[in-house]
Design a protein. Structure first.
Length: 216
């Protein structure tokens, strides 16, 4: 009886070892299915929708070996998946590419160039300033609020219309007339059209006050 039990124990150990080895082999094979730079479809995380994405890292030792970046989105949305969770490009319907035109992975896989604005995005800009005492907290600076009307005119907080000059080569502008007369600022817009997470931003050079055009 002892001999039988010993034989069964050895057999069981062999089965477990074989299963583990098979699992490791399957994991390694899974990790080799895709490589860095391959385009895939990744789960959007809601309503069974899919996003166009690219493999940015592969870790064969992980149960979720593929680090995937959704094209046109911030890298904070990068997520790790296993092969079964991903789909080949074109095999499922995907959502439109995100609005971050300066996404380096998007530019790499599509051959796009970085977006550089030639005009200011129109609309009302809301401004903030550092709170008194030099703390990192900000407070509203409504007196600086303005609205971009077109390629050369703005409306200040009092409703007066004046002009501004924008240099797309340096992304700087100078307000001429109105409440912001003489103020120089830098302009940043990383996507076209801009997104709620990356709205157009005007930063006044002397004071450092920041004004953003909310995208809702």
């Amino acid at each position: 009886m002892k001999a039988v039990m010993k034989a069964l124990s050895v057999a069981a150990m062999l089965i477990v070892a074989t299963a583990l080895a098979g699992g490791e082999t399957a994991l390694a094979q899974t990790a080799q299915q895709w490589k860095v730079g391959d385009r895939v479809a990744m789960p959007a995380g809601y309503s069974d929708k899919w996003l166009q994405a690219v493999i940015v890292r592969v870790d064969p030792s992980s149960p979720f070996p593929y680090r995937v970046h959704p094209l046109g989105y911030l890298d904070t949305m990068d997520t790790s998946f296993n092969a079964a969770m991903l789909r080949a490009p074109g095999s499922v319907k995907t959502e439109p590419i995100g609005g971050i035109a300066n996404d380096p992975w998007l530019m790499k896989v599509t051959g796009m160039k970085a977006f550089h604005p030639t005009t200011l995005y129109p609309g009302k800009y809301e401004c903030w300033t550092l709170s008194q005492g030099g703390s990192s907290y900000t407070q509203s600076a409504m007196i600086l609020n303005f609205e971009i009307l077109d390629n050369s005119h703005y409306r200040d907080v009092s409703g007066a219309v004046a002009s501004y000059r924008f240099d797309p080569q340096t992304a700087t502008l100078v307000f001429q007339g109105g409440a912001l007369n003489g103020r120089q600022a830098s302009y940043e817009q990383v996507s076209n059209p801009p997104t709620a997470s990356q709205p157009p931003t005007v930063t006044l050079k002397v004071s450092g006050d920041r004004c953003q055009r909310p995208i809702r």
